[in-house]
Design a protein around this ligand. Structure first.
Ligand code: FE2
Ligand code: FE2
Length: 270
């Protein structure tokens, strides 16, 4: 059994391996996120029930991927262990100023981003390794449910407290701090993932467009001055993200990458 698994895993591309490494590290950053939710929503409120359930579900994501990688030998496990240790040790402290609305905007975006990332990573490896694809699809379905939850909460907040909600959304949406930002060489991982068509600035732009539409931001009425200004700013974000994506793509030239976690092999990407 395990020999067949290793045999199939052998033909998985190095780009897909880099993406799996990043996805695992992101998932394994769970202690940061459990803490942030508890700090921002309170650990002695009913939100604690949600935080515990969500944490239990997210914990499985990191675990199943780690088990897979260990058994299939898809990555250098000892390097992965050291990266995970470093990532947890370096912490993650986005400046949300204790604003609970911001956490719902952030988690909504982040759940959608991970949904896309897991799904596309699996697709990239699907031909060689259908088992890996079915694992990432299953994780992606969880992320879709998490997205639906956070998205609906913020939609309700917009109905009840639109001016403040728009201000919070306006401070998060222009560019979210990716959860893995403190992973060593994070930008290199993100670059490989973008070049491989798994997740990039264009995907983030689509997420923001989708949220503007589901949250009915364009048509919100009866706002005060600050609320209207925040509404206008949010409506201008997709065009700016488009420019950022154009800029990144126009400057990118063929590049070689090397990751210890992918056994130090050289990846040459267009
Ligand atoms: Fe997850
Ligand atoms: Fe999730």
């Amino acid at each position: 059994m395990v020999n067949e698994l290793r045999e199939r895993a052998r033909s998985v591309s190095d780009s897909a391996r880099v993406a799996i490494a990043l996805n695992i590290l992101t998932e394994e950053g769970l202690p940061h996120f459990h803490r942030l939710i508890a700090e921002n929503l309170g650990s002695r409120t009913f939100w604690n029930n949600w935080n515990n359930l969500w944490t239990a579900e997210e914990d499985r994501h990191g675990n199943v991927l780690r088990d897979y990688v260990r058994d299939s030998r898809l990555l250098s496990f000892s390097v992965l262990e050291r990266l995970q240790f470093q990532y947890l040790r370096s912490g993650f402290n986005p400046d949300w100023g204790g604003d609970p609305y911001k956490i719902f905007v952030y988690t909504t975006c982040q759940e959608k981003a991970t949904q896309i990332s897991h799904l596309n990573t699996g697709k990239l490896a699907a031909q060689e390794e259908p088992l890996l694809n079915s694992i990432t699809q299953r994780i992606s379905q969880d992320e879709a449910r998490h997205f639906a939850f956070y998205m609906s909460i913020f939609k309700e907040i917009l109905v009840r407290d639109p001016n403040q909600a728009l201000l919070s959304a306006c401070s998060i949406l222009p560019s979210i701090d990716m959860p893995g930002i403190s992973i060593i060489n994070f930008n290199e991982y993100a670059d490989v993932v973008r070049r491989s068509g798994i997740y990039g600035p264009r995907d983030y732009k689509r997420i923001v467009e989708q949220l503007i539409s589901i949250w009915n931001i364009e048509v919100l009425q009866n706002l005060n001055d600050l609320g209207r200004k925040a509404q206008d700013k949010i409506m201008a974000i997709p065009a700016r993200l488009e420019k950022v994506a154009d800029y990144i793509e126009s400057r990118a030239t063929a590049k070689s990458f090397r990751f210890d976690v992918v056994f130090g092999r050289i990846l040459q990407l267009a």
